[in-house]
Design a protein around this ligand. Structure first.
Ligand code: NAD
Length: 250
């Protein structure tokens, strides 16, 4: 059961990509419950409506994060609607199919790269200048333990998440003398809708690698993300936070 840090996000506005489902939705819920305004950017309008049924106060925008123009439009309309954006959590991603690298269809590879890497780049790029103008920002990119360890039969996904770690480190250092921090988290497996994109064999493999011998819960990942997205996390940037039940070895 998450603790409630009442008012922690009072006066703050957050954009959460992929926020209509899973980990992003848990973050949306928590920021909202703790006083923040939340705009969910997701490609699935039906899913956004479902999220709004749960949290009527949500602002929702249908966005394809892989499309820079779509992201720029969403940034403008969200800044207008919320009066500004203080927090960006990039949760939108896909897994791509589970197969060996040499069998991997090039179009699936490209789609994973477009959403998981370029999508994070477009969203970070669209909101950093705005955060610099406001002299405050918290960016939390969601990578994965797969980006550190390299899961077999998930090379596109693992590659994309390693890239998110690299982007976070570069951008965090570029912004280190400002009030905008950029960090990422590397969860191990958490049972969400994303599991439907993976083979059962792959899901079993991921579980077998977690020393705690269980899946994570969305609330456990959201708790860490929300702390990194809060004012309190002020002396950490360009960092990678583990939330992997002990799987991370570095
Ligand atoms: P999810 O599938 O429940 O949610 C992802 C959301 O992203 C969905 O609502 C989907 O509609 C949206 N989305 C996908 N492509 C998009 C696009 N092009 N534009 C806009 N929105 C798009 O998945 P989740 O488990 O909540 O995953 C959230 C993040 O956590 C992802 O970055 C994922 O890679 C990462 N992660 C998840 C796990 C896990 O086991 N669940 C583990 C490690 C990392």
């Amino acid at each position: 059961m998450p603790m409630n840090f009442a008012g922690r996000f009072a006066g703050r506005s957050a954009v959460i990509t992929g926020g209509a489902s899973g980990i992003g939705l848990a973050v949306a819920q928590r920021i909202s419950e703790e006083g923040g305004r939340v705009s969910v950017w997701d490609r699935d309008p039906a899913q956004i409506e479902q999220a709004k049924a749960l949290l009527p106060e949500l602002h929702g925008v249908t966005v394809d994060v892989a499309d820079a123009a779509s992201v720029d439009g969403a940034a403008r309309s969200t800044i207008d609607a919320l009066g500004g954006v203080d927090i960006l959590v990039t949760s939108a991603a896909i897994t791509g199919p589970n197969m060996t690298t040499w069998a991997y269809p090039a179009e699936d590879w490209q789609r994973v790269i477009d959403i998981n890497i370029n999508g994070v780049f477009h969203c970070n790029k669209a909101l950093v200048p705005h955060m610099l103008e406001r002299n405050y920002g918290r960016i939390v990119n969601i990578a994965s333990i797969a980006g550190k360890e390299g899961n077999p039969n998930a090379s596109a996904y693992s590659t994309s998440k390693a890239a998110v770690i690299g982007l976070t480190k570069s951008l965090g250092k570029e912004l280190a003398k400002t009030k905008v921090t950029v960090n990422c988290v590397t969860p191990a497996a958490v049972r969400t809708a994303i599991f439907k994109q993976m083979s059962q064999e792959h899901i079993d493999f991921m579980l077998s690698k977690i020393p705690m011998a269980r899946f994570g819960e969305v609330d456990e990942v959201a708790a860490l993300i929300c702390w990194i997205a809060s004012e309190e996390c002020s002396f950490t940037t360009a960092a990678v936070f583990d939330v992997s039940g002990g799987r991370a070895t570095y």
